[in-house]
Design a protein around this ligand. Sequence first.
Ligand code: ADP
Length: 317
Amino acid sequence: MKIGVLTSGGDAPGMNAAVRAVVRTALHYGMDAYGIYDGYKGLVEGKIKKLDHNDVGQILNRGGTILGSSRLKEFKEKYVREIAVNNLKELGIDALVVIGGDGTYRGAQALTDMGINCIALPGTIDNDIASTEYSIGFFTALDTAIGAIDKLRDTSFSHQRCTVVEVMGRDCGDLSVYSGIACGAEIVITKETGFNREDILKQVSHANAVGKRHLIIVVAENITNVFDLAKDVEANSGYEARATVLGHIQRGGNPSAFDRILASKMGSYAVELLRIGLGGQAVISKGLNVDHCNILDALSQSRNQVTDLYSYLPKLN
Ligand code: ADP
C-alpha cells in the first residue's frame, strides 16, 4: 500500500507531529509514504515526494508544517480534483491522510467519492470542528494566548487600564473562553455570549465605580473592532483603555505536550484505519483518546460542547 499525507487550510502547531506519525507508522507496516507539499494545490500541481524515516526526523517539536499549506478554492471543481486523482494514480498512491479543518474535510470526502480513501485529522487552532473535542494545535495556541494576556495583565495593572484583547478562533469562541478563564479576564465576548456594547460599557463603568483597579476584556475575532471598543470604554468608563490584536502569533510556536501526543496518536490511528480499508473517516478526540466517525457525520454536527465552560467565567456585577 502507498499512502500520501498533506496539510491544508490554516496551519496549526502539531501538524508536523501528525505527519511524522503517519509516515513512520506507514513505514513500520512496509507501506510507502509520500509527502504532498502545499495542500490540495500541491496535489493538483504534482508536488509529491516519497518520504523515508529521516525525512520526518527533527519535526515532532516544530511548529507550522514542513509540508506547507495552501488554499485552493478551485478544488471544489470536479475537473480540478480529477487532475489530483490522476497524479496520485500515476504514482500508485491508494490513500491519503489529510490534516486540516472543515474545508479540508470536504475535499477529503470529495476525493474519497472519487476512489481515493481519505482519512481526515483535525488540525486547526480554532477548535471549530464539531466532531472532535480538541483539534491539533488548539492547546498550543491557547498557551500562546495565555502567555500574551499574562504580559498584558502586567502593564494593565500598573497603569490601571482596561485592556481589550482580540483572540483568534474564526467563528468559534473556544480560544477566547478558555483563555478568559485561564487568565482571569473580567469579560469574555464571543458569538455564544453575544455582544451588547451598551451592556459592556455599563459593566466596565460599574467596575470602575466600585474601585476595580484594572480590567481585561477578551474578545473573539469577528465580533467587533477592538480598537473602537477600547475608544468607547475610554470615553465612557473612567478607565484608560488599550486594544491588542494577538493575530497570527497564535498560529506559531512549538507544539505543547498535549498537541504532540494527540497528533502522534491521531497520525498513527489514521494509518491503522487505512490498513483495514476504511476511507471517508474523520479521526476525533475525546480528550487524549482517539476514535473515528464518517467525515459526512463530522461535517453535519454542530458545536455545543464548551457551553458549560461559560458558567465558569467571572461575574462582574
Ligand atoms: P480549513 O481546512 O482550515 O477549514 P479551508 O476552508 O480554507 O480551510 O479549506 C481548505 C481547502 O479545502 C480549500 O482551500 C479547498 O482547497 C478545499 N475545500 C474546501 N471546501 C471544499 C469542498 N466543498 N470541496 C472540495 N474541496 C474543498
